[in-house]
Design a protein around this ligand. Structure first.
Ligand code: URA
Ligand code: URA
Length: 200
């Protein structure tokens, strides 16, 4: 957490602080702040880019088309997005027209993501798409090369994967396709969860 950020000691406090947050310009166009969904006790955290329209309206991350695909991918390897994962985004407010959040917006929102990682204390983190990979791992570009390669950060295992929005635009399930790779990646996540003591 950056020195200027408030110490956050509970998820309730986090929700409250985020609801009143005006650290960047995205606050002025949001309907709702989108903090998280899923299970705070989960060993797996999944981090996306930022809320879209449905998320902005509902206050929950990954509930639109991309989120529904994400749920199906998790289900295909026996994981439930509500029971087995804590799901959030790099930025908590919707960028207008779903543009990529700016570096300044990501930096402004960073204390909230850091607080989530501290409070949830996940063993595994899946970073979904190039923006989340950049924000969490500090590695720019090349998601095609990075996906599927586990990294370690602060004692946690972090796996870059394709973003479900990208998979919606590339629906083939053929061997070697983005969807096929993502399914393999999520099977790997399940194996690592089992090593961490996760049970179906
Ligand atoms: N895309 C994201 O990155 N996050 C969401 O919550 C929804 C779509
Ligand atoms: N580009 C992205 O930003 N994310 C993907 O998942 C794939 C391509």
């Amino acid at each position: 957490m950056s020195p200027s950020s408030p110490a956050v000691t509970s998820l309730e406090q986090l929700q409250e602080l985020c609801s009143g947050c005006h650290r960047c310009g995205l606050a002025s166009s949001r309907t709702q702040v989108v903090v998280a969904r899923g299970n705070p006790q989960a060993k797996l955290m999944l981090i996306g880019e930022g809320p879209g329209q449905q998320e902005d309206e509902s206050g929950k991350p990954f509930v639109g088309r991309a989120g529904q695909l994400l749920d199906r991918i998790l289900e295909s390897v026996g994981l439930s997005s509500e029971r087995d994962a804590y799901i959030c985004n790099v930025v908590k407010c919707r960028p207008p027209e779903n543009r990529k959040p700016t570096a300044a917006e990501m930096a402004a929102c960073r204390p909230w993501l850091d607080a989530q990682i501290q409070l949830i204390d996940p063993a595994l983190i899946v970073v979904s798409g190039a923006t989340a990979v950049e924000a969490v791992l500090g590695i720019k570009g090349g998601i095609t090369k990075l996906r599927g390669q586990w990294q370690e950060r602060d004692g946690r295992q972090v796996l870059p994967v394709f973003h479900p929005s990208y998979l919606l635009r590339n629906p083939s399930r053929a061997e070697g396709s983005p969807k096929w790779h993502t399914w393999k990646d999520m099977q790997d996540v399940r194996r690592r969860l089992e090593q961490e003591g996760w049970q179906p």
